[in-house]
Design a protein around this ligand. Structure first.
Ligand SMILES: Cc1cc2nc3c(=O)[nH]c(=O)nc-3n(C[C@H](O)[C@H](O)[C@H](O)COP(=O)(O)O)c2cc1C
Length: 169
């Protein structure tokens, strides 16, 4: 199932430590109420953060921050936040405690609605409580200008694709 849109999920744990990790197991699942789903591997730091502090932000990255995204895919180190290690710029979210990543083109703030174990992952369904976007990357209908933003699609291992040509039908 490749390539897959890859997002940067910010979380905060019960000690108030913010974390960031790339996720490609992610999808919208309902318009009303607005629900999105991500699937997190059991025992990752994001897993512990999401199961204890049930808030997260889905940040939509661009090609420009691909190197930072890759660093965020590294192992959690309690002594050095991946947000600082990758030099992400952050800003407070509107409704949830995990921060937004300023260099991302859009931010989807969520509270956990419910979670369900699915094999070696847990599916976390979140209710969207706030959405924000960088206006420079939106067209006059509010749609993302994907050919400008160029969000990375994960192919495999360290390979990403940027295959953007938009067509209207
Ligand atoms: C492109 C890409 C996509 C990824 N997608 C997921 C995913 O959907 N779910 C997941 O649990 N891990 C995914 N990972 C792996 C996590 O980002 C990685 O295990 C990270 O170290 C977890 O960090 P944490 O322990 O701080 O949560 C992905 C990694 C990359 C590079």
């Amino acid at each position: 199932m490749s390539p897959k849109l890859t997002v940067l999920v910010t979380t905060i744990d019960e000690k108030g430590r913010a974390d960031v990790s790339p996720f490609s197991f992610v999808a919208p699942v309902s318009f009303d109420p607005p629900l999105v789903m991500l699937s997190v591997g059991i025992n990752k730091h994001s897993y512990w953060a999401l199961t204890r502090v049930k808030e997260f932000v889905i940040n939509i990255p661009t090609e420009k921050i691909l190197d930072k995204l890759w660093i965020a895919g590294g192992k959690w180190d309690p002594n050095e936040s991946k947000i600082e290690k990758a030099k992400f710029k952050t800003e407070p979210s509107e409704k949830v405690r995990p921060p937004r990543l300023s260099e991302c083109v859009a931010h989807i703030e969520c509270f956990e609605e419910f979670s369900k174990k699915a094999g070696d992952h847990i599916m976390v369904v979140g209710r969207v409580v706030a959405v924000s976007a960088n206006e420079d990357y939106l067209d006059d209908k509010g749609n993302l200008k994907v050919d400008d933003a160029r969000p990375p699609l994960h192919v495999a291992d360290n390979i990403f694709a940027f295959p953007y040509v938009t067509k209207s039908v």
